[in-house]
Design a protein around this ligand. Structure first.
Ligand SMILES: Cc1cc2nc3c(=O)[nH]c(=O)nc-3n(C[C@H](O)[C@H](O)[C@H](O)COP(=O)(O)OP(=O)(O)OC[C@H]3O[C@@H](n4cnc5c(N)ncnc54)[C@H](O)[C@@H]3O)c2cc1C
Ligand code: SF4
Length: 492
């Protein structure tokens, strides 16, 4: 344990942000992490609880009390070893995880939780700076070949674990670059993409073969006819080819099918899915030319959907120079402060104001869009109504109809399921929500109904979090290793 009386002596220290007027001018990260002394003080607050709820609240089960203590003692080399023992990519989660561990921290019952995420961030950034993050190739090769389909955080974590277990791993990705939604979804100002590139280099040195621009699926229309998910892949590989060439296949293709809003006027120009808008900006940031890039510049933007994706649309629209940005949320405004004794150690339902909201945005709650209004085929506004939740459904509040001006509408209402054709092409059973059906049992977990084909990440559990994708990738890697070798030394 860090300092026995630390939790009584020291306050939580929040990471800082660069000022709004400065940061909205660019797409670079703007979080100012803790320095070593601040991280030490944060570590000193940890009580090394008999039952560390933080560790259970963390989807990858990070060994939090141990790295808190190590940072307090300034043993950073051991701290990164502990952190890497449960998490392949702490630089991703240290930046963009909502930190369910902090909600579960025992100190959160009657005080501010330990800044666990900021400590994680400090450890991994220092480790990269000091050159402590190096390739760890397997000592022995098994001669078994594994195909991983989809290079988001789930696929990357699985590929790294499987390569370290000695298998020959090929990671297939339909996009031109690796990273999944981390690359073409999450804006650079939340996580710069050089963090992914560094890991790709590390994984290549560990033997992972990356095949980008290759879509796996049926030879004809691998993503389905008329799919909204753009297929920029230059090559198609069929399930038959994969099953013939590889000893096991792991599907980690994510859940890319965006939820639509089929209200009257939906066909008007100027109404787009968030995932048409956000990836374009990430491409431009990467130096690509995007013909006819969607722009929010000088426009009145309405973002429909109050979650992370919506918030990312707000931040990006402000950087484009939008005339105004308004975000709609169907649910009523949550309480500013949760009832801690009631909800701890679970993830609390409370009002969350992101750094993008702070940059400028009107937020409307309990609001539903009845109609998109337009002129000459272009959206000019939205007709809305206030709603309340009654008897298990939303009902309109009489006399609350209102017209909002809008030149650009971004639909950010979540994702319904994976893009089905790849699952259909493999003949994989789906659950009620259209995700790949596979359990997470210790034995036989992540296996689908198709011999030697496994599934993990958002493709199995539905749209979730990066930290869950990493967990599923790691666990699925163990399941595949066990399937191939009869046992596995990979951690659960
Ligand atoms: C805008 C946005 C913001 C988000 N913000 C956060 C956040 O702040 N914090 C957080 O924790 N989570 C966030 N998330 C959620 C998080 O990004 C996802 O839960 C996570 O990336 C899922 O990882 P995955 O590896 O399962 O799938 P994905 O990241 O979706 O990766 C799947 C990959 O598979 C590829 N693929 C799919 N089908 C095929 C095929 N047939 N052949 C070849 N390749 C294929 C795709 O191109 C993609 O690259 C956000 C999501 C979005 C959209
Ligand atoms: S629950 Fe909080 S105080 Fe307790 S061990 Fe975990 S981080 Fe430390």
């Amino acid at each position: 344990m860090g300092k026995i009386t630390g939790f009584m002596e020291y306050e939580r220290i929040e990471e800082g942000y660069k000022p709004v007027p400065e940061r909205v001018k660019h797409y670079k990260e703007f979080v100012v992490g803790l320095d070593q002394e601040q991280a030490k003080i944060q570590g000193a607050r940890c009580m090394d609880c008999g039952t560390p709820f933080c560790n259970n609240g963390c989807p990858v089960n990070n060994v939090i009390p141990d790295f808190n203590d190590l940072v307090y003692r300034q043993d950073w080399v051991s701290a990164i070893e502990v952190l890497h023992s449960t998490n392949n990519f702490p630089e991703f989660t240290g930046r963009i995880c909502p930190a369910p561990c902090e909600a579960a921290c025992v100190l959160n019952i009657n005080n501010d939780p330990i800044g666990i995420k900021s400590i994680e961030h400090a450890i991994i950034d220092r480790a990269w700076e000091e050159g402590w993050v190096v390739p760890r190739p397997a000592r022995h090769k098994t001669g078994r070949k594994v195909a991983v389909v989809g290079a988001g955080p789930a696929g990357m974590a699985a590929a790294q674990q499987l390569a370290r277990a000695g298998h020959d791993v090929t990671l297939f990705e339909k996009n031109d670059r690796v990273g999944g939604l981390l690359r073409y979804g999450i804006p650079d100002f939340k996580m710069e993409k050089s963090h992914i590139d560094r890991r790709v280099e590390q994984m290549k040195a560990e033997g992972v073969v990356f095949r980008t621009g290759v879509v796996v699926g049926a030879a004809k229309d691998p993503l389905g006819k008329g799919s909204k998910v753009t297929n920029l892949a230059k090559e198609t590989v069929t399930p038959e080819q994969l099953k013939k060439e590889f000893d096991a296949v792991l599907l980690t293709g994510g859940a890319e099918q965006s939820r639509d809003l089929p209200a009257p006027g939906r066909e008007l120009d100027g109404i787009h899915f968030a995932m048409e808008f956000l990836p374009q900006q990430n491409r431009v940031n990467a130096g690509d030319k995007v013909k006819g890039q969607l722009s929010a510049s000088g426009k009145h933007v309405i973002v429909i959907g109050g979650g992370d994706t919506g918030s990312d649309c707000v931040g990006t629209s402000n950087r484009h120079g939008a005339a105004s940005v308004t975000q709609f949320e169907l649910m009523p405004m949550p309480p500013e402060q949760e009832n801690k004794p009631l909800v701890w150690p679970y993830w609390p339902y409370k009002l969350r104001t992101s750094s993008s909201h702070e940059e400028g945005c009107e937020r409307e709650f309990a609001i539903s869009t009845k109609e998109f209004i337009g002129e000459k085929g272009k959206v000019t506004g939205l007709k809305t109504v206030q709603v309340e939740f009654k008897d298990g459904r939303f009902v309109e509040v009489p006399d609350t109809e209102k017209i909002y001006k809008a030149d650009l509408v971004l639909l950010a209402m979540g994702f319904v399921s994976p893009v089905a054709p790849v699952l259909d092409a493999f003949g994989i059973e789906k659950d009620a929500r259209g995700n790949a059906k596979a359990t997470v049992d210790f034995t036989g977990g992540y296996a689908t109904n198709v011999e030697k084909v496994f599934a993990a990440g958002d493709m199995r559990r539905g749209q979730s979090l990066v930290v869950w994708a990493i967990r599923e990738g790691r666990q699925a890697a163990r399941a595949v290793d066990e399937f191939l070798m009869g046992f596995s030394d990979l951690p659960r």
